[in-house]
Design a protein. Sequence first.
Length: 533
Amino acid sequence: MFPWLKEGVLSSTSWAHPRLPRWPPVKFVAVFVVFACVLSLWQLSSRLSATYQRVPATATAPKDPQASGAPSTYRNGTSPSEALRVTGPSSEMVEFWSRLATKLDETKPHGGRISAPGPLGRDNFDPFGATPQTYVDVLDVPEDQFQSLQQRHQEFVKGIKSLAPKMPFIRNSRGVVITSKASNYGIAVTAILMLRHIGSKLPVQLFLDSTNERERRRCDESLSKLQVRCLNMDDYLRLPENASVTTPKLAKFQFKSFAILFSSFQEVLFLDADAFPIRQPDYLFEVEPYKSLGLVTWPDFWLPTISPIFYNIAETAMPNVTLKSRSSESGVMLYDKARHADSLLLAVYYNFYGPKYYYQLQSQGAWGSGDKETFLQSAMVLGNPVWQVKTPPEMITSEKINYGSGIWQADPELDWMWHSAAVKPDGDKSTEKRADPEDETGRNTTRTMFVHLNRVKIDTRRLVQFVGEITSKEDDDTVTRIWGPESESVVEVAGYDLEKVIWEEIITANCEDTFLEECERIRDYYEEVFTDS
C-alpha cells in the first residue's frame, strides 16, 4: 500500500507485561556467552554471504542506470560513482549545465514578448474545418527584434557544435522519463502502474517540479518497487554559486526538454504524466523508425501553424504544408541523445525562450501553444533525421463523454511499415516485405500503441475525489463508467478492458491489505461498475 493512504492510520500501542522472575547471575552469564558466540558466527556467515552475492548474476528487474551498481559507462564522466547518484545531478551534469546556461544567457534575444493578434479560429487550423489554412502568417515582429532573434539563433546553433559532444549520459542505457507537478504525481503513478501491468521492464525517472526533499523521498520510497526514481527538477536546475549566471525559473511546458536533458538515460521514451502505452513498448527501441533515425514524434489533430518568420529566423526552408500535414503532440516521444544531442540542445533553447518568443512563433495563437513543436522543429532546422508518425491521432470517445475524451496514438513501427514506402530512396530495390498503405486489412486491430488521457486524469492520491468528480448517475441511480456508453469502443481499440484494468492496478497498489474507509469506497465503486464486466 502506498504510504499516502496508510499515513496516520496506524499508531503504536504500549503493552503491559507481568514482572518476570529474575535469573541467577550464573545463568545470565552463560546465556550471554552463548549469545556472543552465535553473534560471531552470524557475522562470519553474513560476510561470506555478501561475498557470494557479489558474483555476477542475471538480473530479473529493470536495470536502472542511476542505481549504485550500474556499469561505469558515463559519457564524458570522470567519476562514475558520483554520476550515478540517485538524488541529484552528477558533477559532470552540473558542469555541463553551467556551460549550457551561460550559452543560453549569452544568446538571449532582445525585444518584447511576441503575441498573436488574437486566438486563431478552429476552422483555420482544423483540417476538416470550414476554412482550413496551410499557410498562416499573422505575427508582427519588428525588424530590429527579428534581427536579434536571427543573430542569437545563429550564435546558439554555432555553440551547439562544442556543447553536444560533451552532453553527459550513461551509454547504452534506456528508460522512461516522466515530468509531473509534485502536487499531482499521483497521475504519473497511474501511468507507471499501467507500464508495469503491460510488462515493460524499462526503469523510470520521474522529474518533479516545485517539490522538496521530504516529498521527493516520499515519492521515491513509494515507487521504488516499481523501479522508479523520483528526482527534484530544482536540484538539477540549481547552478553553482560561482556560476556566471543565476539559476533560471522554469514553468509548465519548459520542463520536458530539460527532463530529457537531465536524465541519465541515453535512449528515452518520454511520456507526459497522463500518457502511457497500452502494449509493451520496450521493443520500440529496436525497430524502425527509431532504429534508423533515433527520434520519433507523434502528431496532434491540427494543421501546423508555424510562422514563416520562425523559418526566416532559423534560416531554413519552410516545409511544404498540405491538408494531410499535422502539428506535433509532445506527450509521447522516442529520443536517442547520442544521435540527437544537438537537436535536444536546440529544443532546450526554443523552450528556454519559449514563453516570450518561440511558442507563439510556432503556433500563432492556435490551440495547444507550448513546447509541442519544439522537438520536431529543432531536428528539422539542423537537418537531422526524424520520423513524425503519419497515422493521425484519434479521439478515445466523443467530446460529449464526461470530461471529454483522450487521444489514441499509433504504433510507430506499423506506421513506418505503412508509410515508409513513400520515402524510400530512388533505386532502393530491397525485397523487405512492406504492407500496402492502401490496404486496411487488419490495420485497426494492431495500430494503437499509446493512450494520452489529457482530459481524464486519474490521480491515485485523490481517488475518492476523482470518483466523485468524473462519475455520473443515471436515472436509475447507478454509477457509470468514465467513458459511459462508448466504453466498448475503448475495449475494442485497446484489445482489453482498459478502464477496468486501470482500476484493478490502482486497487491492488493502494488497497490490497487495508480496510481504510477510502479503499472501501473505491472497492464499492469498482464492484458496482465492473462486477458484470
